[in-house]
Design a protein around this ligand. Structure first.
Ligand code: HEM
Length: 203
């Protein structure tokens, strides 16, 4: 597939849910509490995009198709965009922009702190996702971008806190997240073994 077509397809696939939800909000099709529904959908969208972004490397290792790497940054930035809209939705529809209520809110919903930490992590990754930052940070860039795994754990914890009553969907996300973490760990152990000098023979 041609590069611009592939990239454009991924761009559209990420944009369409936002347009659909916007249309549903306009036509009062988001249920009795549209603000909360929108916040939930944006949060789920951000998590799905995060998991998809993390699937790209294993897909590339197994298929050797470079197209997966081509859209990694784009999907990472979409993850950040959805997460930021989720946070903005929370501030507008749930907090009602009454910032004085934040301390009370944090005491009532401590999972917000976990979400905030995850969002700050995503912000750091989005700000350093460009070539100039890659050059400036050198080897530190890879180390910084491995933060994506602790961020995923934070987001899963944040969601777990919210959906405790029904863990069906959460279990699915957590299982995929755990598999991706295990794959990454196995690969880095295998690579370290391959790079270390052969162990001296006995006898
Ligand atoms: C400052 C940062 C954040 C705040 C204030 C925040 C706030 C919230 C709130 C209030 C809810 C529950 C809404 C409800 O009552 O149903 C929620 C749920 C959720 N959030 Fe966040 N969040 C933050 C960061 C994030 C990030 C970074 C992600 C993902 C990348 C995320 C993903 C989710 C998910 C998946 C849910 C569950 C949605 C559902 O019930 O279906 N959140 N968040």
């Amino acid at each position: 597939m041609k590069q611009p077509v592939w990239r454009g397809g991924v761009f559209l696939a990420a944009l369409v849910p936002l347009l659909v939800w916007l249309y549903q909000a306009q036509t009062f099709a988001l249920g009795p509490d549209p603000g909360k529904t929108l916040v939930d959908r944006l949060g789920q969208g951000a998590l799905v995009l995060l998991l998809l972004t993390l699937c790209l490397s294993p897909l590339q290792w197994t298929t050797r198709w470079s197209g997966f790497a081509l859209v990694r940054r784009q999907l990472g930035l979409w993850t950040f965009a959805y997460a930021s809209l989720h946070v903005a939705g929370y501030l507008v529809f749930i907090l009602g922009l009454e910032f004085a209520r934040l301390p009370e809110e944090l005491a009532e919903r401590p999972y917000i702190l976990v979400g905030a930490l995850a969002w700050l992590g995503l912000l750091a990754l989005a700000l350093t996702s460009n070539r100039a930052s890659m050059r400036r940070l050198g080897k530190g860039w890879k180390r910084l971008h491995r933060l994506v795994y602790p961020i995923l754990v934070l987001v899963l914890l944040h969601m777990l806190w919210v959906v405790r009553a029904d863990l069906t969907l959460w279990s699915l996300y957590a299982a995929l997240g755990a598999s991706l973490l295990a794959l990454r760990a196995v690969r880095s152990i295998a690579r370290r073994r391959a790079c270390s000098p052969a162990a001296p023979r006995r006898g």
